[in-house]
Design a protein around this ligand. Structure first.
Ligand code: SF4
Length: 208
């Protein structure tokens, strides 16, 4: 196991965050299916990592109720309603933008559904490839803003300064000219409820 992963799992123990390591996507899918009971409802945030895991399909085929706005053809209103419902599910699945070796989890959000789900759902499971581990919190914030968000703006067709050339210009990224994606930032340092928050680190690059 990567020494950074070993260290993180230990750091999280004292912060009420339960860390797991899976060497690849397949093992991570098995772990999620093992943690989540077959009759639980599951809310999803938008995430390339979760898409790469194909975990929604696996859970749905097993009979779990999936609440996800990641479906084609939804209106803005329908999508917002589903995002809210997802945060009330038995389990909430998401990925982080970055994880600091010092233990912090960083999430940037436009609408806040991921921030709400991760911080307040009944149970939250964060799934991340080891490519998202950074040296410290400063690097984690930098990675989230300067690397992950521009790629997400491109993926989701957000009209932002970083959309075109990948460079963040936060000071001019304002409405109505631009549709800013970095509206809210969540940094998780610890969890108050034992067993509510789990992180699955996967030993291969996933998402961005
Ligand atoms: S503040 Fe705007 S330009 Fe900067 S990364 Fe976020 S969305 Fe892109």
């Amino acid at each position: 196991m990567d020494k950074r992963v070993e260290h993180l799992i230990k750091v999280w123990q004292k912060r009420n965050i339960l860390g797991f390591y899976c060497e690849n996507k397949e093992k991570a899918q098995e772990k999620i299916l093992e943690i989540i009971p077959p009759d639980a409802s599951i809310g999803f945030s938008g995430s390339v990592t979760l898409e790469q895991l194909d975990i929604a399909k696996a859970l749905e085929e097993r009979g779990n109720k999936i609440i996800s706005h990641n479906k084609p053809g939804l209106s803005r209103e329908e999508s917002l309603i589903i995002r809210r419902q997802a945060t009330q599910a038995d389990y909430y699945l998401a990925s982080a933008n970055a994880i600091s070796e010092t233990g912090e989890l960083v999430f940037f959000s436009a609408y806040g559904n991921r921030i709400s789900g991760v911080s307040y759902a009944n149970n939250a499971i964060i799934v991340c490839g080891i490519n998202k581990i950074t040296k410290d919190l400063e690097e984690a914030l930098k990675r989230s803003r300067e690397y992950a968000t521009p790629l997400n703006c491109k993926r989701l067709n957000f009209n932002t300064p970083c959309f075109k050339d990948g460079i963040c210009r936060s000071e001019i990224c304002l409405f109505p000219k631009y549709k800013r994606m970095c509206c809210q930032i969540l940094i998780i340092e610890a969890e108050i409820l034992p067993n509510r928050l789990k992180v699955i680190l996967i030993g291969e690059p996933l998402g961005f």
